[in-house]
Unconditional design. Structure first.
Length: 347
């Protein structure tokens, strides 16, 4: 069964280019177009798409309010297109708060005919979101409580950790907000956050989390020391590593190597933490496409650290958590709604 897509954008050129890219994928079918937010609401009710691609700035009704109204009346996975600016980042996070699942940069050069990687990325995102759409939802969704107990293994005792790592991709901004907002200001460990995100988005995202949470959240700076109750977010487009010095442990921010697919990467941060804090890390792998985090989790697990994974039922995309679970690296599978309170109890 093909993923049925509604394309929403006030630019006729952009609608045509997105349609050409998506229709080249045999697993995707473009079923309609909308030229503004109000049109999108009407077409959603009429066409019942599996996925909607949505512009943010449109006449009559903007994308953020369209998302909010669609999610209230006919919940559908929505992929936002946004500009890579500070204002674009803020609007994107508003759309995610309203219920959108994912976003991609709206840059015409990224969807031109010679940008094969960008085109593959768009189709992959749409296919993955389509599995969560009305026409493709699983007939039996795993029960969060049952899965949590059935797949959990031995949990390390409280007080044995020195660092908490949390990594995410698709669906991560909303998931991270939900997890971190449940941590008390007195949280006694440092946290490092790795979210697949453009460089222009991470400062605004860190500030947004800091405004919403009792703990301190900020974008990591090279050489910054780990501090209890402070979460450092890896800068977009670069890598964040952990380094032990004589009197303190700091983060190092480095340019990515050509062989590294994700910028930032869970594998890079997890692997460096495994070397600095053997057996003393609690790592949490949240929603996201692909398998980033699996090899880093393998290094953490090999020296005695603990791995948690978000359960399938609560993931926007069950990719990264599935990868670590299928590799046999997970100590506990847990619903998103329980992760923050579980961290607070554990630490």
């Amino acid at each position: 069964m093909r993923v049925r897509v509604l394309i929403v954008d006030d630019s006729g050129f952009f609608r045509r280019r997105i349609a050409e890219i998506l229709e080249a994928d045999p697993l995707i079918e473009v079923v309609g177009f909308a030229v503004n937010g109000m049109d999108a609401i009407e077409k959603t009710v009429q066409l019942r798409p599996d996925v909607i691609t949505m512009d943010i700035e449109m006449p009559v009704l903007d994308g953020i309010n369209a998302v909010r109204r669609i999610m209230a009346s006919w919940p559908t996975p929505i992929l936002m297109f946004s500009s890579l600016t500070h204002d674009g980042a803020k609007a994107t996070f508003d759309a995610l708060d309203a219920g959108a699942m994912d976003y991609l940069p709206k840059r015409l050069e990224d969807i031109s005919r010679d940008q094969d990687e960008a085109r593959r990325r768009l189709c992959a995102r749409v296919r993955a979101l389509g599995l969560r759409g009305p026409g493709h939802r699983r007939s039996q969704v795993p029960d969060a409580g049952t899965e949590h107990h059935a797949r959990a293994t031995t949990i390390r005792p409280a007080g044995n950790y020195r660092l908490v790592l949390i990594g995410a991709s698709t669906g991560g901004p909303v998931a991270l907000r939900q997890v971190l907002s449940k941590l008390p200001g007195s949280f006694s460990l440092p946290l490092l956050l790795v979210q697949h995100m453009p460089a222009s988005f991470t400062p605004a995202f860190a500030q947004r989390l800091n405004d919403l949470c009792a703990i301190t959240v900020r974008e990591a700076r090279d050489g910054e020391a780990l501090q209890p109750g402070t979460a450092l977010l890896a800068p977009g487009g670069r890598q964040m590593l952990v380094e032990a010095q004589r009197d303190e442990t700091v983060v190092r921010i480095r340019d990515s190597e050509s062989s590294q697919h994700y910028h930032p990467s869970l594998d890079v941060t997890f692997g460096s933490a495994a070397a600095v804090f053997p057996g003393k890390v609690l790592a949490v792998v949240l929603t996201g496409m692909g398998a980033d985090g699996r090899e880093g989790a393998r290094l953490l697990k090999s020296n005695g650290s603990t791995i948690w994974a978000q359960n399938e039922a609560s993931c926007a995309i069950y990719g990264m958590p599935m990868a670590v679970a299928e590799a046999g690296l997970v100590d506990q599978v847990i619903s998103l709604s329980d992760i923050g309170s579980a961290l607070a109890r554990k630490v």
